[in-house]
Ligand binder design. Structure first.
Ligand SMILES: [Mg+2]
Length: 252
């Protein structure tokens, strides 16, 4: 058995965490009251991913949505940024949840994987996904997915300005992979989000040839002392300027 490189570690850990979460949904002895499934999914996927990354990459720092952040990671060259279960309110109720595992090297998310077991796929950075087309098909309305909670704000604005068809679905990872799959042309989130929401999806999306930036087109930054981030665009290259022109003045 050969040792996995970083891309392989991300893919392997995200994929197996997704399989574990699928098994957990079918577990007969789980307490499903009071958000029990969501709670157990978050906790168990976190423990699994932490133990696997510590085993395979013992020298690296880890930032997980479900872990305590003592900020000792800040300034480290290599930091794994993990969302053990993204879209947890959909977990057990729809296919729209995902597992995010990314590695930030010197601030850049160069390695990552997003598992969407409901779509029976785990996307990574090497091998990269098939490259998406550069633009929107000529004569077609741009197809843009936005967050459910922001559809009235982001969706209506993009619809009015660009004539876009607007879609909503749970989980940042699922929305980003909808762009990678070619189901839609862009994903726009006009509000704040955390680095674990965006990091692995951005790594995978860039590997597929998509542009990832803030609402005003400025670069995304990772492994900040405060992992909160103001807004996200993941788009086919030919559409990103139009989106940023509409959304760029948006306050987070
Ligand atoms: Mg989560």
């Amino acid at each position: 058995m050969t040792a996995l490189d970083d891309h392989g570690v991300a893919l392997d850990v995200a994929h197996r965490a997704g399989e574990m979460l699928v098994d957990l949904v079918h577990s007969p002895d789980l307490d499903r009251r009071w958000g029990g499934l969501e709670y157990e999914g978050d906790a168990r996927a976190h423990r699994f991913i932490m133990s696997e990354l510590r085993r395979m990459r013992p020298d690296d720092a880890i930032l997980s949505e479900e872990g305590a952040d003592d900020r000792s990671r800040v300034g480290k060259e290599r930091v794994w940024i993990v969302d053990p279960l993204d879209g947890s309110s959909d977990y057990g109720y729809s296919p729209h949840w995902s597992v995010h595992v990314a590695l930030v090297v010197d601030g850049e998310p160069t390695v990552g994987a997003v598992a969407v077991p409901g779509w029976e796929t785990t996307w990574g950075t090497d091998p990269a996904p098939q490259r998406v087309p550069a633009g929107v098909e000529s004569g077609e309305a741009p197809r843009i997915v936005v967050s459910r909670s922001r559809s009235r704000f982001d969706g209506s604005r993009l619809q009015a300005a660009l004539g876009a068809d607007i879609y909503t679905v749970g989980s940042a990872g699922v929305k980003a992979m909808a762009v990678v799959r070619g189901d839609v042309d862009a994903y726009v989130h006009g509000g704040g989000l955390y680095e674990w929401d965006s990091c692995a999806p951005v790594a995978v999306a860039r590997a597929a040839g998509l542009v990832c930036c803030r609402l005003d087109g400025s670069p995304l930054t990772f492994n900040k002392p405060d992992p909160w981030s103001p807004g996200l665009v993941i788009s086919r290259p030919g559409l990103v300027d139009d989106i940023c022109a509409v959304m760029g003045d948006r306050q987070p």
